[in-house]
Design a protein around this ligand. Structure first.
Ligand SMILES: Nc1ncnc2c1ncn2[C@@H]1O[C@H](COP(=O)(O)OP(=O)(O)OP(=O)(O)O)[C@@H](O)[C@H]1O
Ligand SMILES: [Mg+2]
Ligand SMILES: [Zn+2]
Length: 511
């Protein structure tokens, strides 16, 4: 009868149980691994054979069949090595009367040729799954212990070598100390604070509104005016993450970065991919269908600096994930779905030289228009707020009271978010003002006569485009929420009408 041992894999950012069945048959000796494994799994044969022999066991001289079930799920990576090697010892009677119950025990780990157990990616979602499925314990590489222990209620056993692992299964207590390893660019606890920013009160107010209402924002300004500095501080005013959100982010970093520091990631991510980034790097892909920047920014901020420099194709690829809040990444015969809910913050110079509006700018209207039109289209359609950033006067003394702490801004954001949650409690999938469409806009963005007239005048004066109309309404709604107004007041609309600086200029440039 085939021996069964359990291991795990990751699909998207969720764990799945994999049953490893090992069968020894008479025939020409050799190993075949079946069950939709990738190249890394095919290469497991050599690793397992060397590890078994170098740990002082015999490699069975049979026709060995290892089946990874379920057979209709693609599997990748090297984390099945340990389970497969244990299965082989069981099948060849080298591990009889195991003292531990193998039906409630899972194995995760790659084997090195000399029999050491190496860490794996995606341990967190695997352990979550193990617990859900009723497993009592999981054996894995000691480097993975801290991460795995984030999940309570399941025993985590860290092992350094295959030999020790077998001894443990036979009943010997082998205590192995966990290892602290470095994580890969996971968000850290201390975030930069808006208190560092001098002046820029108006801009910060619009940023706060953007965050509160879920509006994406574009900052336009000359080099050095503080766009990057400000963008980096946006995560600090997003609402605190719930435990579920934090766990979700930690799972993503577990899948992509190998091991985290053994801490739940509490601060929202801030990702700033370079404009040379490939479409795969942005949305996910490659041979292993790994998550991209938009998933690494999940629950946080994706900052696209110098957005006109991004490839048009890459920007267009962002559109669907932004609409869906998730992204489907496809590789041969399999699609991984990753979450991708993020706030988009973009920045650009106002013209090719960067100094539009100043004497030193020699760009022609045509050049400026061409530069700006690079970002028109699908992405611009999803950006509600566009604000100019004017450089501050560095010679001026900025008083402390002119500065705002992120915490103060964030508290107001939480308050405005709560108003929206309440408003949209009956609307499936809608949580903030930015997500409103047609009928909801009509329902919640009612203008009084005075405001209607103002809107009309503004559209005539500035030739706003029709598709911007609803953007102004939604932003006005967020300003109204900020001030606790039940209905949009004229003062809210006035603020909203100054939230799209580029649009106002377009008419002049087109002349
Ligand atoms: N409002 C401000 N308060 C304090 N420091 C500022 C402010 N604005 C700019 N700075 C300083 O100027 C530096 C340059 O700002 P930053 O890199 O954010 O500019 P930028 O707009 O992103 O420029 P670029 O277009 O070149 O990317 C910052 O590191 C910061 O030290
Ligand atoms: Mg910058
Ligand atoms: Zn210029």
């Amino acid at each position: 009868m085939a021996q069964s041992v359990y291991s795990f894999t990751v699909v998207g950012i969720d764990g799945r149980v994999v049953r490893i069945e090992t069968e020894l048959l008479h025939g020409i000796s050799g190993v075949s691994i079946i069950g939709l494994g990738d190249q890394a799994i095919k290469e497991a044969k050599e690793r397992i054979e060397a590890a078994i022999i170098n740990s002082g066991f015999d490699f069975p001289q049979y026709k060995v069949i290892i089946n990874l079930a379920p057979g209709d799920m693609k599997k990748s990576g090297s984390s099945f090595d340990l389970g497969m090697a244990i299965g082989l010892l069981l099948a060849s009677n080298q591990l009889v009367n195991a003292a531990r119950d193998l039906t409630t025990l899972g194995f995760i780990g790659e084997l090195s040729l000399d029999g050491r157990i190496r860490p794996s990616r995606g341990v967190l979602p695997m352990v979550i799954k193990a617990k859900e499925e009723g497993f009592k314990s999981v054996i894995l590489a000691r480097e993975n212990v801290l991460e795995a222990r984030l999940i309570e209620g399941i025993e985590i056993v860290g092992m350094d070598t295959f030999k020790n692992c077998v001894a443990y299964l036979k009943g010997k207590e082998t205590v192995v100390q966990p290892v602290v390893t470095k994580s890969r660019e996971a968000p850290t606890r201390s975030q930069p604070d808006f208190h560092d920013v001098k002046g820029q009160k108006e801009l910060i107010q619009y940023i706060q509104i953007a965050v509160a209402g879920g509006h994406n924002i574009l900052m336009v300004g000359s080099p050095g005016c503080g766009k990057s500095m400000i963008a980096k501080r946006i995560p600090s005013i997003l609402p605190k993450m719930s435990r579920d959100e934090a766990l979700e982010v930690t799972k993503i970093y577990s899948v992509t970065g190998g091991v985290t520091k053994g801490q739940i990631i509490e601060s929202r991510p801030f990702r700033a991919p370079h404009h040379n980034a490939s479409t795969n790097a942005l949305v996910g892909g490659g041979r292993l269908a790994m998550p991209g920047e938009i998933t690494l920014a999940h629950n946080g901020v994706l900052f696209l600096d110098e957005i006109p420099q991004f490839e048009k194709r890459a920007l267009e690829a962002l559109r669907q994930p932004m609409e869906d809040g998730q992204v489907a990444v496809t590789r041969v015969e399999q699609t991984n779905t990753y979450p991708s809910k993020f706030m988009l913050v973009a920045a650009m110079n106002p013209c090719p030289c960067g100094y539009y509006g100043q004497d030193r700018c020699q760009c022609t209207d045509k050049e400026i228009l061409k530069y700006r039109q690079k970002v028109s289209g699908p992405i611009m359609d999803r950006i509600d707020i566009q604000k100019y950033v004017t450089p501050i006067d560095f010679l001026k003394e900025y008083e402390d009271e002119d500065r705002i702490e992120s915490e103060t801004l964030r508290e107001a954001v939480e308050r405005i978010r709560a108003i929206q949650e309440n408003r949209f409690s009956g609307e499936e999938g809608i949580h903030n003002n930015a997500q409103m469409e047609g009928p909801l806009i009509e329902k919640y963005c009612v203008l009084d006569e005075e405001s209607k007239l103002l809107m009309k005048q503004a559209f005539q004066a500035f030739h706003f485009s029709a598709r911007s109309y609803s953007k102004y309404l939604k932003i006005a709604r967020t300003f109204a929420d900020y001030h606790g107004h039940e209905n949009i007041l004229k003062s809210d609309l006035i603020m909203a009408l100054s939230s799209r600086d580029l649009e106002k200029e377009e008419r002049d440039l087109l002349k």
